[in-house]
Write a protein that binds this ligand. Structure first.
Ligand SMILES: [Zn+2]
Length: 312
């Protein structure tokens, strides 16, 4: 399906400008990575992807719960959906769009970009975009790599391939130290890693004592005291004058998902900890900050207007 990208006519948002006189409420970007409970990296060693179709999908119910929590606001968000999920649940794609959210791509098969190589990456993002656009009837501009597995060192070709495959932005890098992902020395602000590639909108971090700390969601959000996380994001907004990018998964709200007893303890802790308290945490987060879709929060940067480099 051939559909035009919307950015040429997109209105610029008031939160894009800096004000020095009156305090303003910065609008942060809310994002959801839509995948099923059995597709996560933590279980990649114990769940064979050939078994995925028979594992009892729960993504419909858990994504419905996310849509309901957003509808109460209402809050509009960006949904990075796996092509694999869209292929099986096209009606879910239409539900997401009907509620006013941005449809974006999480790739097709949830394979690490830094493991599959450039050729398979191109095929994966091409297939995902085609499936999503066919299911939704809209242009898909955004991409998020599975497990934030894009970095300049290991995937220097990724941003150019994304541009060639019709994407307009990536939100796939996490400038932190982590055993599964991240590149601590990656830029913390929107940047264009490759002049021929798409812009990168990194996950939000807080710089403290010379270290980048994650301030974007994930297991940290489920486990740390909520107030600590809130203080971190407020600090990003107030002191840096920057919107944050938050992410979570529908399975993080699903206390009824099957338990993977055979997975290593570390993987189980990473996946299951904090899930019972997650709905309440998300509710507080939605109420404590202003939120919008990633393509609107960073409309200027996606349209090519990068902010001046700032050391932070
Ligand atoms: Zn994922």
């Amino acid at each position: 399906m051939n559909v035009p990208h919307p950015y040429g006519t997109m209105p610029l948002l008031p939160q894009g400008g800096m004000s020095t006189s009156t305090p303003r409420r910065i609008t942060n970007a809310m994002t959801v990575d839509v995948e099923d409970w059995f597709q996560v990296q933590a279980f990649a060693g114990v769940i064979d992807r050939a078994d995925w179709p028979s594992l009892g999908s729960r993504v419909l119910g858990s994504t419905e719960a996310v849509l309901e929590s957003f509808a109460a606001g209402p809050i509009h968000a960006t949904f990075f959906v796996l092509g694999w999920v869209a292929e099986r649940h096209p009606a879910l794609i239409r539900r997401i769009l009907a509620a006013g959210h941005e449809l974006a791509s999480h790739g097709h098969g949830h394979e690490r970009v830094d493991e599959i190589g450039a050729r398979a990456f191109r095929e994966d993002v091409r297939r995902a975009r085609r499936v999503l656009e066919d299911a939704g009837g809209v242009a898909v501009a955004g991409y998020r790599a599975p497990t934030f597995s894009i970095s300049r060192a290991r995937t220097p070709w990724a941003h150019e391939i994304l541009a060639e495959e019709g994407y307009a932005y990536s939100s796939s890098s996490f400038p932190i130290r982590h055993d599964l992902y991240g590149a601590a020395d990656a830029p913390r602000r929107p940047h264009r890693p490759d002049p021929n590639g798409v812009i990168e909108l990194p996950m939000t971090t807080l710089s403290l004592f010379g270290q980048n700390l994650p301030c974007a969601g994930g297991g940290w959000f489920r486990l740390l005291p909520y107030r600590l996380f809130r203080a971190g994001l407020r600090s990003v907004n107030a002191h840096l004058g920057q919107p944050g990018i938050f992410y979570f998964h529908p399975w993080e709200l699903d206390a009824g998902q099957p338990r993977q007893a055979g997975a290593p303890l570390k993987s189980r802790l990473r996946h299951y900890s904090g899930i019972p308290g997650m709905p309440r945490r998300i509710e507080r987060l939605l109420g404590d900050f202003a939120w919008d879709r990633l393509d609107r929060v960073h409309a200027r940067e996606i349209a090519g207007q990068l902010p001046a480099p700032v050391m932070a």
